[in-house]
Ligand binder design. Sequence first.
Ligand code: GLA
Length: 424
Amino acid sequence: MRRFRLCLMVFLCVLGTSRLALAAPPARSENGLALRPPMGFNDWAHYECHISQRLFVETARALVRTGLARLGYRYVNIDDCWMARHRNAQGQLVARRKLFPRGLKWLGHFLHAHGLKFGIYEDAGYKTCQGRPGMYGHIREDVRTFAAWGVDYLKLDYCNPPANRYPGLDFSRVAHRVYAAVSRALRHSGRAIVFSCSPPAYVYGHPRAYAEVMSWIGSVCNLWRTDDDVYDAWKSILANYQGNVELWRYAHPGAWNDPDMLEVGNRGLTLREQRTQFSLWAEMAAPLLISTDVARLSPAALAILSNRAVIAVDQDPLGIQARRVRREGSIDILSRPLVGGAHAVLFFNRGPRAARATVRLATLGIRRSPVLLRNLWSGKTAVVRGRITVRVASHGVAMFRIRAVGGSHPAMRPAPARPGGGPS
Ligand code: GLA
């Protein structure tokens, strides 16, 4: 792996007007849930319909064995294809017996017994994206079924909207009605069920409809898909980042932009790109949903997913999604305030060649100087004044936690060596 070179230039502190909003106090979501971005596993990006009881049992065990569960990856979410093509004689959804011989109530118990949480997938319209029965017309009974199975998280897709039932209403209004009805049913289900929604992803590229959906989504859902389905190619990571980064205003505790699953552990990305996706998602306060073979994660991929300092940025209690404060050539510079007056700052090189960027602390929303920088991948620390200059490898990031240091400051201190460490 090529290594980043961090060049620190010490200039006089130039205080300027911050371009970042002041940290707002954490809000509560309507259902009081997901006050931090959900973390866990979802099968879809890696397995699509190739799922089974065994996959979820193995994944659950691996989450516990690897320590990922202890780090917060607790939701184990089953995506599309889990249900039979037809409801039973009572109109209830049934799991495919061949794939889930012991049923989903058993699986829910199993997950809970391992200290994990159980997530499930449905569609708010007539059918799921894979043509299985949707929830429309069965909202209350399906929510009852999920509650009886011990479900803690519902991902509700929108592949086949019931538009014909609402003549004269546009996409956003129909979606609002349907999702609000499900949200109500969930709140009355007797269980705390996190609500993940999909409508924005279906109007991506249609600015007007997108803005309409975004105007209500945070009052109904705990998180919502903002873009196309992610896949393990750089193009896909970049596209989902570019859309999601614009939406910082909408995120707050209990309401999160979801640029889709993590591709860490999958072949189509280099390790550096995997580290970049993980860093970008954390900086954007995105849900961290792993979609790979957790039982066979390489040590390098496991190390990425286990970076506590980066996870702490994602899970920061203020829940403020980073803003892109500057674009300099191929480098995007993102900054977000963290609890206790610190900031998480990320330099992201989108381009094909290593590049260098300089930014004033004031532009990052940091009004004090000098500051102590900690590189969240190498662990190295340094004290700087006024501005920061960083060189970043192609498709790489340099990510820092920054806090003010009072009065005199120590000289730059090298970090303790870390085996297989990231950029310095
Ligand atoms: C849509 C969603 C995906 C996945 C599939 C399942 O494409 O965006 O995340 O749930 O449906 O069919």
